[in-house]
Structures are given as structure tokens and as C-alpha cells.
Design a protein around this ligand. Structure first.
Ligand SMILES: Cc1cc2nc3c(=O)[nH]c(=O)nc-3n(C[C@H](O)[C@H](O)[C@H](O)COP(=O)(O)O)c2cc1C
Length: 459
């Protein structure tokens, strides 16, 4: 029997990478140039990666002392170029690499999202992916007419309606609408196009979309919810879930929970892929890789790390004693990152300041060692039921992606767990995901309505 195949995504900021990645001696400084992104796109495609993923946030983070000072001073979370433009550039120099990016349901209208990702899906020949986020910082809200971010439940309620509208817009044209018959003069068949006439709590959208149904039907839908409402939303709508874990045990529990939730929503659990984040540091052997990893710590100012954490959890950590333990936080931005920090800080008995140093050098899911050690860990996660593949976070770019592509990928290929050539041309084909039929939105939204009705009955 052939071995289960791994999928790989590459986490790549449209700006400096990580908190100290830009300081690394081997880091390039071209993140404001197209050449930087086209080079990385080619490296990833030569290595047969499923997709490049560009995260995003709609603000210069205000982390410590409610100030943007650390974001600028340390290059932590800023600058960020617009992902759609970066992805367009990357898709233009590749033919198989998926191009996925973040867009917030909180601060973008469904029509705009549907049109932008619809366009990217056409122009890339079916390689677009949308990472659906609800945003997690007040600083983002403050750029869009609000003082504070709405609560999580409200953000996910808006996201639910957003997805219903966006997917309906993608479905508003038939796959066979365009005729383009020069002889008869018939361009398209209007009888196959439907307005959506949506009037909901958050959005009023008439439709149809100004973009025909796309090669993938819907771009690949990605999500990274970690809270119960985030998981519920992701298991309902997403094709791919990104996550980060501090231990294999929490990875196994998350994977099982998400697959179970997908089945409960009437979905085939194999059509929901779980990709934990992995930051790989490749060396000749463990000692060499550890030395590389430790050289990172020397570059980290603890306050830079703390500002990164403060930005992720949306809490000003300067209010706490820096030499004491981190108090338990009730409402946090990125729940997954917070849980990881708590798990690690309790185990290692770290003060807030020490957490800062660790968090600055840390990137999610460290895998440190030789190519063969890293492949072993990846195989272990796949076999244990914690991953369908990984989202590779480069500590610094482009060098860390090049190391992974040149050293780890051949090892994975040698073991027969990663492709040596792309299976298909669209991102869905390469991920082994079905193309949604027109009207698929009903299955996912209908299950949302059923769940809402059941929750009401249980009240
Ligand atoms: C690997 C990974 C990548 C993420 N990328 C983004 C991003 O680009 N933009 C963003 O606002 N949130 C991002 N998030 C945060 C998630 O969208 C989500 O808000 C978070 O995991 C908290 O889950 P919750 O919304 O259920 O509380 C990311 C999370 C993870 C684990």
C-alpha cells in the first residue's frame, strides 16, 4: 500500500519574517521588492510545495503600552504589504504552486472578497486559497471605524454570514455561462446567472458577482480557529486548517476533534486537511542545528519578543510584573498561541520577561536537527494522527526555505511521503480536495442553520 502523502504550505510574511528573522546574517532585505517574492515562489514550486501562504493584519500592531513603537523599533508585525498583490506577483511566475492569503471577514465586504479571490483563482488557473480570519487586534478595529474589536462570538457570527454570502456570490454564475460565440454574437447565457438577494444581519448583497465561476468553484478555504466557536466555524467551512501546538499530544487531540466535528457537520473528514505549523532549522546534525537555533536567541531583545506576544494575545503585557509569572488572561486574541505559551511557560517556570525572550526567537512547532531527524518528526506526527502535512515557517527568508527545499524535501521524497511532481494543476487537485459543485454553499450554510436551531432548542 502506498504511504500517506504529506502536504506542505509555506508561511511567508509580506514583510520581515518573524521577530528577528530580518536580523539574521543570511536574511535577505528585499521584502519591498517583487523579486523577493518571485524568487521564493520559484524555490517553493521547484520543491513541489502545495502552496505559499501570506498572513495578514490590518494595522501596525499596538502592543506594549498601547503604542506602535515596538512594531517599528523591532520590526515585529510590521510592515505588511497587501497580500493580494504579492500573491498575484507570485502566481505570475509559477504554474502549479498554490497562492493563499489572509483576508478578514471583519473588515472586508463579501463582494470585495469574492471578487478579489475569484480574480486570483482565474488568473492563476485555479491556485487561489483564502485564509479566513476574524482579526484579533483592537488596532485593526481602530482603522475601520471601531474603538474595540467586537467579541469573539460576534466576530464568528459575522464570519458565518460572510461565508454564506461569499460562497453564494461565487456560485452566482454557472460553470457554463460564458458562450463567447463570435458568429451568433451570444457572449453569455443570462438564464444561468442568479442574483442572490441576500438581506441578513450584517450584509445586504444583491449580486450576482462580476466575476464568472472560477476554476476551483471556490478558492481553497483555509481557517485557523482554535476556540470552540473557531473550531466549529472551521470544521463547517474550511478545506484546510492551520494550527500550532507545543506538543504532539495537543496536536493529536486537536486533529481528532476537528475531524469529528467535520463528520458531525455531514462532511467527509478526509476533505478537511489539518496542517500544523512547523519551524524547521536544518543542520548537518542535531548539534549543528541547535547551534543555528541558539544563535537566534542572541538576536532577540526580550521586549521585542514580548511585544510580539502582546500583539498576538491583544493584551498590553507591560501591566504585569516582568519578573513574575504570566497571570491567566481571560480574553485573548490568538487562543492557540496563548495556550501554547501557557503550556510551555508553566513547564519551564518562566517569568514574563523570559517568556518574551523565548517568544521572540520561537516560531511555531520547532523541528530542529538534520534533514533525516526532521523527516522522522514529520512522519511521527503524520502516523500519530496529528497532521495531514505542515505549514513550514521559515525563521528567515529566503535561506530557511532554501534549506528546507534542498535538504528536507529530498529526504521526504526518498521516503515516499512527498510528491516528486505535482499531481494536478489546481490547488484543490494537488491537495486531493473535491471541486465544490455549484450550490455547495447550501450544504455548509444549512448545517450552520441546523446547529443554530439545535443550540436554541437546548437553551
Ligand atoms: C498558523 C496560523 C496562522 C494565522 N494567520 C493569521 C493571519 O494571517 N491573520 C490573522 O488575523 N490571524 C491569523 N491567525 C489567527 C487565527 O485566525 C485565529 O484567530 C486564532 O488561531 C485564534 O482562534 P480563535 O479565532 O478561534 O480564537 C493565524 C493562526 C495560526 C495558528
Amino acid at each position: 500500500m502506498s504511504k500517506k502523502q504529506m502536504h506542505l504550505a509555506a508561511f511567508m510574511n509580506a514583510g520581515p519574517q518573524g521577530t528577528v528573522g530580518w536580523r539574521h546574517p543570511d536574511a535577505g532585505d528585499g521584502f519591498l521588492t517583487a523579486a523577493h517574492y518571485t524568487h521564493i515562489a520559484k524555490v517553493l514550486e521547484d520543491a513541489c510545495f502545495d502552496m505559499a501562504f501570506v498572513p495578514d493584519a490590518l494595522a501596525v500592531p499596538r502592543s506594549l503600552g498601547d503604542s506602535f513603537d515596538p512594531a517599528i523599533r523591532y520590526g515585529s508585525g510590521s510592515p505588511r504589504l497587501d497580500p493580494m498583490t504579492v500573491l498575484s506577483v507570485m502566481s505570475a511566475v509559477t504554474t502549479h504552486l498554490g497562492v493563499a492569503g489572509t483576508m478578514s471577514t471583519g473588515y472586508n465586504e463579501p463582494y470585495n472578497v469574492a471578487r478579489q479571490f475569484g480574480t486570483l483563482d482565474h488568473l492563476s488557473g485555479g491556485r487561489a486559497g483564502w485564509n479566513i480570519v476574524t482579526s484579533f487586534q483592537d488596532a485593526e478595529a481602530q482603522n475601520f471605524n471601531q474603538e474595540k474589536l467586537p467579541g469573539r462570538e460576534e466576530r464568528y457570527a459575522r464570519a458565518e454570514e460572510h461565508l454564506e454570502v461569499t460562497t453564494r456570490l461565487w456560485d452566482s454564475w454557472g460553470d457554463d455561462t460564458l458562450v463567447r460565440d463570435k458568429e451568433s454574437g451570444v457572449f453569455g447565457r443570462p438564464e444561468t446567472v442568479e442574483a442572490i438577494d441576500h438581506k441578513g444581519e450584517y450584509f445586504q448583497v444583491q449580486g450576482p458577482l462580476g466575476v464568472p465561476r472560477t476554476p476551483q468553484g471556490y478558492p481553497v478555504l483555509i481557517q485557523a480557529g482554535a476556540s470552540p466557536s473557531g473550531r466549529d466555524f472551521a470544521s463547517r467551512w474550511a478545506d484546510v486548517v492551520f494550527c500550532s501546538h507545543e506538543s504532539l499530544e495537543s496536536g493529536i487531540a486537536f486533529y481528532a476533534d476537528m475531524k469529528k466535528r467535520a463528520a458531525e457537520h455531514g462532511r467527509d473528514p478526509e476533505q478537511l486537511l489539518i496542517l500544523p505549523a512547523a519551524t524547521t532549522v536544518v543542520g548537518k546534525d542535531v548539534r549543528d542545528a541547535m547551534a543555528k537555533h541558539e544563535s537566534f536567541f542572541e538576536l532577540v531583545d526580550p521586549m521585542a519578543g514580548l511585544s510580539r506576544l502582546a500583539y498576538h494575545v491583544n493584551v498590553d503585557l507591560t501591566q504585569y510584573d516582568l519578573d513574575g509569572p504570566l497571570p491567566s488572561l481571560e480574553v485573548v486574541g490568538v487562543e492557540g498561541h496563548y495556550r501554547e505559551v501557557v503550556e510551555f511557560a508553566e513547564r519551564e517556570k518562566l517569568s514574563v520577561r523570559e517568556i518574551g525572550r523565548w517568544y521572540g526567537a520561537r516560531t511555531e512547532g520547532n523541528m530542529i536537527g538534520s534533514a533525516s531527524d526532521i523527516a522522522d518528526t514529520m512522519e511521527q506526527w503524520m502516523a500519530a494522527g496529528a497532521a495531514d502535512g505542515f505549514m513550514i515557517q521559515a525563521s528567515h527568508v529566503p535561506a530557511a526555505f532554501e534549506d528546507f527545499a534542498n535538504e528536507v524535501v529530498p529526504e521526504l521524497q526518498r521516503r515516499g511521503i512527498f510528491r516528486t511532481a505535482y499531481e494536478g494543476t489546481t490547488l484543490r487537485e494537488n491537495l486531493g480536495l473535491n471541486r465544490p459543485e455549484r450550490g455547495e454553499w447550501r450544504n455548509r450554510a444549512a448545517s450552520a442553520l441546523t446547529a443554530k436551531a439545535a443550540a436554541k432548542d437546548g437553551e
